[in-house]
Write a protein that binds this ligand. Structure first.
Ligand code: GDD
Ligand code: MN
Length: 371
């Protein structure tokens, strides 16, 4: 057998590893975990005090829609405080919030001014120190996301179980976002399944509820990019459940460049997997639980597996450079033609974002972003 053919075979084997691990994990999680009931003592009557924190930077065009939709929620307003933490927006966000507040005296709304812009994480930490001290739950939610009505009410029952540290919603999009729907579907299922087993390491700042007593006790990670998933993973490493639930749906639009946004988000995911476990150990909160194997699989999927694909492509390219053969060229063609399939295209673009997110760490870990 020629070296070129051997390389092609190797490339195919490596590609099979890349594609089969996530499929097997998905099927396993779905069959073993997804259908089981929640092992939680949830209680629909549990009604804690909540501080809903909305970090804003230049959200003049969306903040009214956000506030209106929260106003429309069916959670007892006496138990809800809305906190807008704004980092010196240069548009009219502050004025718009002020007039909305004046027009809605029934809603308890606090506007917090961070003196300068240091990023979303900094704004969140700034707000955590300034919420109503009697609040039991912090709910962080981006200005552009919209809850399916009832989201707040549906969240609290999970916190009736003291083991729950964080709750995130299942995610959808507002409008059409190319190549994303299939991927979201796949991940929503895996993350809910992992949550039923113990916890999922990936939470979204689109809707992120956190138990205040827990973070008062063990803190939150503060390394770059630790504004959403890292908090959830950190709590899970400390033995609390960080869950994504299927009965709360929150949608967000894709604003600005989809490519740049996805790379930045992937970078946050990568940083979470590279730093959070060590951070939990350093803070001496780490305990070994059923979360450990979940973390291991997700580490593989988000950190290792994308590079397995790179390796497969590299081997295939080498084999083609060795000499054009029907076998190697057909494999390459199949790989390219399959991009016509939505699910495959969605998967490949996600791998690309994770690879670029990883590389971006060498260029910048900036906490501020433009849209
Ligand atoms: N106060 C404050 N200060 N808020 C900020 C800042 C800042 O410097 N930068 C961004 N925000 C706010 C935005 O106004 C918005 O409400 C929210 O943070 C999310 O920002 P988007 O611009 O909508 O970014 P995204 O949709 O890509 O954010 C997603 O990925 C981020 C990680 O890269 C979300 O999941 C975020 O929650 C996540 O942090
Ligand atoms: Mn957004």
């Amino acid at each position: 057998m020629s070296i070129g053919t051997e390389l092609t075979i190797l490339a195919v084997v490596v590609a099979c590893v890349h594609f089969s691990v996530p499929i097997l994990y998905y099927e396993y999680a779905k069959a073993k975990w997804l259908k089981r009931p929640w092992t939680l003592a949830s209680d629909a009557a549990y009604a804690p005090r909540i501080s809903l924190i909305i970090p804003t930077y230049n959200e003049a065009s969306l903040i009214v829609g956000k506030l209106d939709s929260i106003f429309d929620e069916d959670y007892d307003r006496n138990l809800l405080e809305v906190v807008i933490v704004d980092s010196a927006s240069v548009d009219k966000t502050a004025q718009i919030v002020e007039s909305w507040t004046a027009a809605h005296p029934e809603m308890r709304l606090k506007f917090i001014d961070e003196p300068s812009r240091r990023g979303k994480l900094s704004a969140m930490l700034y707000a955590f120190d300034r919420i109503d001290p009697s609040s039991e739950i912090i709910l962080v939610s981006d200005a552009d996301s919209r809850f399916e009505r009832g989201a707040i009410r549906k969240t609290t029952k999970y916190f009736a179980d003291p083991s729950v540290g964080a709750v995130t919603a299942s995610l959808g999009y507002l409008g059409v976002v190319p190549n994303e729907a299939v991927y979201r579907e796949y991940y929503n299922i895996i993350r809910v399944a992992e949550s039923k087993r113990h916890s999922t390491p990936i939470h979204s700042g689109v809707f992120q509820a956190i138990r205040v007593s827990v973070i008062r006790k063990i803190g939150v990670p503060t390394f770059p990019g630790s504004d959403d998933s890292a908090i959830a993973s950190y709590l899970a490493f400390a033995g609390f459940r960080s869950i994504q639930v299927e009965d709360i749906l929150v949608r967000e639009p894709m604003r600005g460049s989809q490519f740049l946004t996805k790379v930045r988000r992937a970078q946050h995911v990568v940083l979470n997997f590279l730093l959070t476990k060590e951070y939990a150990k350093k803070k001496r909160v780490y305990v070994k639980t059923e979360f450990e194997p979940i973390w291991g699989c997700e580490f593989w999927l988000n950190i290792v597996n994308p590079w397995i694909l790179v390796l497969a492509v590299f081997l295939l390219a080498l084999s083609i450079l060795e000499g054009l053969r029907v076998f190697s060229v057909s494999v390459a063609l199949i790989g390219l033609l399959a991009l016509g399939l939505k699910a495959y295209r969605s998967w490949i673009s996600q791998q690309l974002y994770l690879i670029l997110g990883c590389i971006r760490n060498f260029i910048t870990r900036s906490e501020t972003w433009s849209r």
